[in-house]
Design a protein around this ligand. Sequence first.
Ligand code: URA
Length: 237
Amino acid sequence: MPEIRLDRFLSEAGMASRRALKDIIRSGRVTVDGCAETRPETKLDPERSAVCLDGKRVAYAQFRYFMLDKPVGVLTATRDGRQKTVLDLLPPALKRLGLFPVGRLDKDTSGLLLLTNDGDFAHRVISPKFCVEKLYYAKVDGALSAEDAAAFKQGLILRDGARCLPAALEILGEGACLVKVREGKYHQVRRMLASRGAPVLELRRLSVGGLVLDENLGPGGLRELFPGDLCRVFNAK
Ligand code: URA
């Protein structure tokens, strides 16, 4: 692996800001392979060097992945001059990692939103080519029928003429359904249901591929994801 600076290693591990880390390193709190290292610019191989801060080993991860239970009323964006974004929900240490949302949930949609700083991973989750299905629970104003489910299966044509890939509609009872899609057009699920005369009242994303939202998180709750979770995204069962 290419060498990186010691201060960058520690900031990518979420220890502190790059600026604060320069002081921390100069103050002698950091060791590399057992020796005190006071130069922030020292280069090291992140996979081979043992870096400790205050005697504790710092694990390096180039890319980080998180599951957020996005609350209603928050924008899926990295920043906005006026409105609260999903990045505003992160604790300061995680704000430094360069995370961004994987795809988009509308301001009024809640549920599973992935955050990462791994662009390649994000592309694979979003692109219809990789067939990662997203499951939504919707409350609707209107009655849905087996005919609607058949139309979803066939590939709906929306009111503006846009054609959707085949999707699944499961009717749960009056006014509630599950929708599974593998693409992410603008307001897709809302527009699909509206096109069948059942406008959405409430929308929540429950899963991405085989990765299911942890309902214990609660609105705004966050959990880091590890390799087993990431495999689930691409292996739905
Ligand atoms: N489809 C929508 O209409 N909205 C979302 O937030 C996600 C999917």
